[in-house]
Design a protein around this ligand. Sequence first.
Ligand SMILES: Cc1ncc(COP(=O)(O)O)c(C=O)c1O
Length: 389
Amino acid sequence: MKSINKFVKVAKQSGIRHISDFTDDLTDIIQLTVGEIDLPTPENTKQAGIQAIKNNYTKYTSNRGTETLRKTIANFADTHYSMKFDWRKEIIVTVGASEGIDLALRTLCNVGDEVVIAAPAYPAYVSSTIIAGAKPVFVDTTKTNFKMTADALEAVITPQTKVVILNYPNNPTGTILKQTELLALAKVIINHDLYVITDDVYDLIVYNSSGQAQSIVTLPNMRERTIVLNGVSKSHSMTGWRIGYVLASMEIIDQMFKVHQTNVGTATSISQIAAIAALEQDADNPQKLVKIFKERKEIVTTALDEMGLTYVDPQGAFYIFVNINNLKISSWEFSIKLIQDYKLAVVPGSAFSADGYVRISYAADKKILTEAMKRLKKAVNDLKTIANS
Ligand SMILES: Cc1ncc(COP(=O)(O)O)c(C=O)c1O
């Protein structure tokens, strides 16, 4: 048989899914793996979806997304980013932000182009880059508080560099960037004439008083070179509805649209109706989530402090990236041991291109988190005893 596409062949399956699939046949396992909020989709949003089905709103829609949803997204962007995006020309409704990642990279990259990714990184950035025929170039952020710095970016730029991917609030670390840090990055990006993909899916799940993380697209001269990815999966507990969106200049959107139309045609009609309700009637949902997550985060950080494990206190999203280097075990082995011997599933840092860490998702009930931390404590104590004997 002739060989299949070489880029697809080297791309890896998501390590997050790999570890959670491991737990499929196990009972009494606590799952703190997949980035999915345990709480239901808010009520108005659900009802809008139900009504859409009752009204037979079950056909293809305009391939860019329905007019009403695109207008709603444009209104949202107007307040959220304080920027105008033309609903006709500068927005595509996608099948989750996941589709946006693939669309953006396939639209921008030629074979051999380099894409700069801060590691630890959301796995799809790496696989989508490889599938697009481009080369992921990692910036190790473990020594810079898990932030991509202007100096670190400058150091990896070559004539082949085409795109920088930013994701703040970050998955898996929860870090966000200050305006001064974004400005310094923007300077390097403009100097080298690069594109930016900013994945803002967690930008409303933020623990500071502003309730929002700033996006690089809002900085001077960045709009024309930035592709914004966002969606309702995280802000409205809507992972299964599969609605995301892309904001960019008309020149970029027109090209991305060809990939979108060929690939999926249109996002789900029913989910598009629900997404309008999410962004309008249930607009306050992210603030409600933040209140709940603050308490949950506290349970995990207090327990980690007691265990003597270090981590960066997350400023956004709902993950904690925990340093396990002192336990003298790889993140994969540790995660497998946790599942098999302690019935607790977390994601190994290797899934995010950063070994020596594990990611705990605290999108789970407080009781579950308390029990999970008991299990983790036992595992850590047992491993410390082995390491010291
Ligand atoms: C950083 C990041 N981007 C994108 C996604 C995918 O989101 P969606 O469900 O909108 O495809 C996730 C999901 O975990 C994520 O963490």
